[in-house]
Structures are given as C-alpha cells and as structure tokens.
Design a protein around this ligand. Structure first.
Ligand SMILES: *Cc1c(COP(=O)(O)O)cnc(C)c1O
Length: 374
C-alpha cells in the first residue's frame, strides 16, 4: 500500500497557538534572562488563575497529569491496598496512577449515554474497602457528578476527578475540578489547555490537602524549610516556563472551547444522515468541551483506514479497554466483564476537532466518511 500524506491532523496545536505566538516567545525570552525556572511567581500566578477558573479554592501545579492523579490519591490519604474505582474505558494513566499510589484499580463499566462511569454500577460497587472513586470526564464531557458525588458522600468515600480531558467543562454552571475533594488535570500539549511539553495540576478544596501536595511535589519539604523532609516526596514540580505559557493560554481557553463546540455542532449537521452513532447530545445545563469528537461506526478499522487513505488523521480512543491490556491482566478481569467499554473500544472513531478547524476541512471529513460508509 502506498503511504498517503496525512494533511488534516487530528489536533493542530500549532494553529491554536498562532494567535499567542509572539507573547509566548516573549515569555521564553524573559525566563531565559531571569534564570528562575522553578517554584516562582509564574507558577503561583497560574495556580491562582487556574483555581479560580475551575471554581476550586486551591491549585497545585505538578509535572504531568499522571502525577497529578497519583499525588492526588496520596494527598487524600488512601489506605495502602484500598480499592480505587474507575472505568476501563480511559487512558491507561488513570490506572497507572492508582497502582503507583499503592492502591488497587477496580472497574465499573461506563454508561452508554455519556460514556462515563455508570452510576447504578457504582452504587453496587461501593463498600468498606473502597478508598476513592475516580470518575473520568471522558472526551470533554463531565461524568454524572451530582449522582456520583451524592453516592460517594453517603459512603464516606472521596472523589478524585480525572479532568485531564475536561478543562472548562461544566454542569449546572459548576466546572470540572469543583466537584470532587480533588481533581487532576493534564496539560499535555494536545489537551484543551496544553503546555509546550508536559504539565499537570491538582485542584482541591481543603487547604491541608493543598499543603500536602506542595510538599509531595518538592521532596516532602515544607515552605521555607528546604532541608526538612516531613514526608516521602519526590520531584514533581510544574516549571515556571510551562506555568507562564499556561497562564497565557488560559486567557483563550473559553474561546477555544467555544470553537470546539462550534466544530462539534457542525459535525452533528454534516453527519446527521450517515449510518453512525453521534455522541449523545448533552443537557442544556451542560458545557461539553469536546476534547475529542468521537462517533461510533460499523467496521471501524476499515473506515479508519479509508479516512487515512484520504489524508485525514482519524484515530481511536481507545482500541483496547484497560481490563484487556497485557500489563493489567493480573487484575483478573476478562472479555465480557464490561460490555459498554468493550463495545466502545470496537466501534469508536475520533474525528479531527480542534480550535481553528475550518468548515471546508469538516466538509472534507464528512465526505470521506460518507464514501467509506456507502
Ligand atoms: C492525558 C490523560 C491523562 C494523563 O496525563 P499526562 O499528562 O499525559 O500524564 C490521564 N487521564 C486521562 C483521561 C488523560 O486523557
């Protein structure tokens, strides 16, 4: 097979950055002159702004999203070996973080509507051995947080949101990050709020949890006491350079999320008559920030190949649910355990959707899909 040049990417980070390029270069220049690269004013400024954006009292910048999840669990003081409930249809990082925090990953299926944690199954899975629940706001849509938080509160179990795909998503005016005891964000370059490299943050309610997180990310030390190590920490800071860039990009996040929402609405119209399943329409009280626009199609792999043949970078998030991944076989699950997650894995297809995607580009995606599904 001849290789085809992919000229319509899944994400176009460069295009999103273009309006901010000069200011970004100025930040780089200023940091290079100052030589102050860690734990500086840029980090504090971003933390303050991002906490306010999320509607949470505290934000602690860390090195990446996986670390944000892991340190979030540690700061919530989850007992060693406790079960931490999440879904199998997530990026593997959610499960890696649970494992690395010394807890046991435990799955419930997703629900078909929002493709997030199934509320009824969660109700049946909560018990004394559960240390935390991690709902994943998959593809930019909030999980059923009012119901999930009510169940967890009743059971006395803390909620850690995996908000890596949901910067700015909201329900009833409450944003991702304001629902759980804590929430983990990733600023990996292709996320809705992306750094020029790796980055992450934990936002949380409790000042004590925030203080623990600041200590954990910096060798278990205390403010002003760099040589006193009060807990077993490590190196997990968010750099000043990344923080300053994120602070700049945060000023455009609302606008960029609106552009994603416009693109999603355009896809709904363009794809309305095709034999595929569109993402369920969210309630009027919800803001879905479309980190990804994911449809479900028959013969997914053939359709994926056809799109790629016409130069369109479609992708699959995620082709194998975590309970069927080789590294996580020891958890003891089998095919058939989570039918919704498995069905999604077999049929899901992510289409190019990013701030600045043009109508012509979306028409081209729709045309290629129409051809492939004929
Ligand atoms: C990206 C992502 C993460 C991990 O973030 P990194 O910054 O890449 O470590 C965790 N969970 C979900 C759902 C993600 O999409």
């Amino acid at each position: 097979m001849e290789s085809v040049r992919v000229d319509l990417p899944l994400f176009d980070v460069g295009r999103a950055l273009e309006p901010l390029r000069e200011e970004a270069v100025a930040i780089f220049d200023r940091l290079m002159r100052s030589g102050q690269f860690t734990l500086g004013a840029e980090l504090r400024s971003f933390e303050e702004h991002f906490a306010a954006f999320c509607g949470a009292p505290h934000c602690v910048g860390v090195s990446d999203g996986t670390t944000a999840l892991r340190l979030g669990l540690l700061a919530l003081d989850i007992a060693p070996g406790a079960r931490v409930i999440t879904v199998p249809n997530t990026f593997v990082a959610t499960v890696e973080a649970i494992d690395a925090a010394g807890a046991l990953p435990s799955f419930v299926d997703a629900q078909t509507t929002d493709r997030c944690l199934d509320v009824a199954q969660l109700a049946g899975a909560l018990g004394d051995d559960v240390g935390a629940v991690i709902p994943v706001h998959l593809f930019g849509r909030l999980a059923a947080m009012p119901e999930i938080c009510a169940l967890c509160e009743q059971a006395g179990v803390p909620v850690l949101e995996d908000a890596a795909q949901a910067h700015g998503a909201s329900l009833g005016g409450r944003r991702a990050g304001s629902w759980g005891e804590a929430a983990a964000f990733s600023f990996y370059p292709t996320k809705n709020l992306g750094a020029a490299g790796d980055g992450g943050a934990v936002v949380c309610r409790d000042p004590g949890v925030a203080e623990t997180l600041r200590s954990l990310r910096h060798h278990g030390s205390l403010p002003g006491e760099p040589n006193l190590h009060v807990r077993r920490g490590g190196t997990a800071r968010l750099d000043n350079l990344q923080a300053a860039l994120l602070d700049l990009r945060l000023t455009r996040l609302r606008e960029e999320n609106d552009e994603r929402r416009r693109a999603a609405a355009a896809y709904r119209e363009l794809l309305a008559d095709l034999p595929l399943t569109l993402p369920a329409v969210e309630a009027a009280s919800e803001v879905h920030v479309h980190h990804l626009f994911v449809v479900e199609v028959p013969e997914r792999d053939r359709v994926l190949d056809a799109l790629r043949e016409s130069g369109i970078a479609a992708a699959v998030h995620y082709p194998t649910p975590i309970h069927l991944q080789p590294a996580w076989r020891h958890l003891g699950y089998a095919r058939g355990d989570f039918p919704v997650a498995e069905q999604l894995a077999d049929h899901c297809l992510s289409l190019p959707c990013f701030p600045g995607i043009t109508e012509d580009e979306q028409v081209r995606v729709a045309g290629a899909l129409t051809e492939a599904l004929r």
